[in-house]
Write a protein that binds this ligand. Sequence first.
Ligand code: SAM
Length: 287
Amino acid sequence: MSNQYGKLYVVATPIGNLADISFRAIDTLKQVDLIAAEDTRHVKLLLNHYGISNKVVSFHQHNEEKAAETLLEKLRDGLSIALVSDAGTPLLSDPGMPLVRRIKDAGLTVVPIPGACALIAALSAAGLPVTQFSFEGFLPRTSSARKAFFTERLATPTTWVFYESCHRILAALQDMASILQADRQIVIARELTKLHETIVKTTLANALELVTQDDNMRKGEFVVIVEGADKVNKKEEELSPEQVNILCILMRECSTKTAVDLAVQITGARKKLLYQAALDLEKAAGA
Ligand code: SAM
């Protein structure tokens, strides 16, 4: 590859707090020949904040293929370009993929300038396993497609993460609760790095309750992290002493069927496990 070609810098920008940007990112935005931005007005807020008066061109998903070709020509002419999205790391649920692929295929250089990314920020503060995880981007928009999506992930053993908007967070949790067990641990990370940052780790049932009851929990931007099924399955193998105790108390007061149904609601444990425990308790009592 000839040295006379320009480089594409993929620059991460803040996801809320304007201070979350690296010195290197600011230097890059100052020094490149032009900045390709998802929304030129949006990026200007950031550029003005840091006193950067560089040339900005529009690069959004509706003109991506055409703009990629134009930008590739500019790189071939020796210009250096910074790619930025509205927030966080470009390409992560943001435009840029066709451009980066085209530039790589052409043998030119792409340089990452790392920084904020909502999914990584959320994972870092979630308290769920991160050794392995899958990022699912945005969920499908219709309820039936979301339910199919959740059904496919029922047995996913590792942590999974998705982005959701304020318009669909409640519907997404409702659909999730119709497919996944009530006691699945999830983390709702809302408005990260902003004034109303909220990171709640709880069961799916509690999260749904919280988002249903609290209007503020349906505002802003969301990352949702879901515990993998591996841990859930292990939990299912046996009931805790508290769960058995609750079942015992209920069985003293009502029929086995009602006691098991109530215990499912109170403990969140699997009905099959509670029913087997009820049979064992009855057997032990009769022995
Ligand atoms: N490229 C970005 C990144 O690196 O995270 C993501 C862009 S995507 C178009 C926007 C979505 O990311 C939002 O709808 C939300 O799900 C998530 N997101 C972005 N900023 C966030 C924040 N401050 N708090 C929570 N979620 C955020």
